[in-house]
Write a protein that binds this ligand. Structure first.
Ligand code: AMP
Length: 284
């Protein structure tokens, strides 16, 4: 695996590959890699000649100082995992390399409605930080295919919106890969590394209740089913829930009632101890 820390060097290398007609797949991450990330690498390896993974813990997307400071960093293990999964290129830039004149390079994007709900409203500024770094990375890597995880459902919609704003929707294909889960159903996440054994076990209640909602929703009972699930999650040991809702799966407009003709997603975010976990499930 080739490792680049400087964007100029990476760009030079990738330009030479593009000129040879190579197809480039890109998997942007914040590291602390797990099987979810690796499933994206594997998908890219199947589709593309060259798979580029980036690891960069992006300071401008954290609206919570503690979350940023405690974000797990396991770079040696990450490199080992990427090597053993035959990733071709790792881009591992410093903060100065990505924000040459400082963090004030963080841009404002007109993301519209999507930025006003769920993660957008609970983590103000988060998606502008995400778009700032993803725009920079896409301009360096210029991939043919961008691989994202359904685990971050709203982020997938935001990044598709970003591609439209960048006028790159026709150039860069987005492939959304299914959420990889632990044996107990918990969605894999770098933040799971911050859970102790007991918390990790309790956190399975999220997926259990997403399935409960999916299996019990009818056209008339959304409110009741969601409040039972909310009760179950708090009862299992979550300290708070930011949201547990159903929404239109395309627009993320929250839905009061389930209607089986509307493509619907269940979205969850909540805290166990002081670790914030998110998950989602498509219903139809
Ligand atoms: P992160 O390092 O958390 O920023 O995630 C990098 C990419 O991996 C994003 O596209 C995530 O949606 C994706 N990802 C994270 N967790 C999972 C998972 N459990 N299953 C599939 N993809 C994931």
């Amino acid at each position: 695996m080739l490792l680049f820390k400087e964007k100029v060097q990476l760009k030079k290398y990738l330009d030479s590959q593009l000129k040879q007609g190579k197809k480039i797949g890109f998997v942007p991450t914040m590291g602390a890699l797990h099987k979810g990330h690796l499933s994206l690498i594997e998908k890219s390896k199947k589709d593309c000649h060259i798979t580029v993974c980036s690891i960069f813990v992006n300071p401008t997307q954290f609206n919570n100082k503690e979350d940023f400071e405690k974000y797990p960093i396991t770079i040696e293990n990450d490199i080992f995992l990427l090597e053993t999964h035959f990733c071709d290129v790792l881009f591992l830039p410093s903060v100065d390399e990505m924000y040459v004149t400082g963090l004030s390079e963080r841009k404002e994007f007109d993301l519209g409605f999507i930025e006003t709900v769920f993660e957008g409203s609970k983590r103000p500024g988060h998606f502008n930080g995400v778009c700032t770094i993803v725009e920079k990375l896409l301009n360096i890597v210029e991939p043919n295919i961008l691989y994202l995880g359904q685990k971050d459902y709203q982020q997938c919609i935001v990044i598709k919106t970003l591609l439209t704003l960048m006028q790159k929707s026709n150039e860069i294909e987005v492939k959304i890969c299914p959420t990889s889960r632990e044996e107990n159903g918990l969605a894999m996440s770098s933040r799971n590394k911050r859970l102790n054994k007991e918390e990790f076990d309790k956190a399975k209640v999220i997926y259990k209740n997403l399935l409960f909602i999916k299996n019990n929703l009818t056209n008339t009972n959304a409110k009741e089913v969601l409040s039972v699930a909310q009760y179950n999650i708090i009862n299992a040991g979550f300290s708070s829930i930011d949201y547990l809702s159903i929404a239109n799966a395309n627009t993320l407009a929250p839905l009061n009632d389930f209607d089986d003709k509307t493509k619907t997603v269940i979205l969850f975010a909540g805290f166990i101890s002081n670790v914030r976990l998110i998950d989602n499930l498509l219903i139809n």
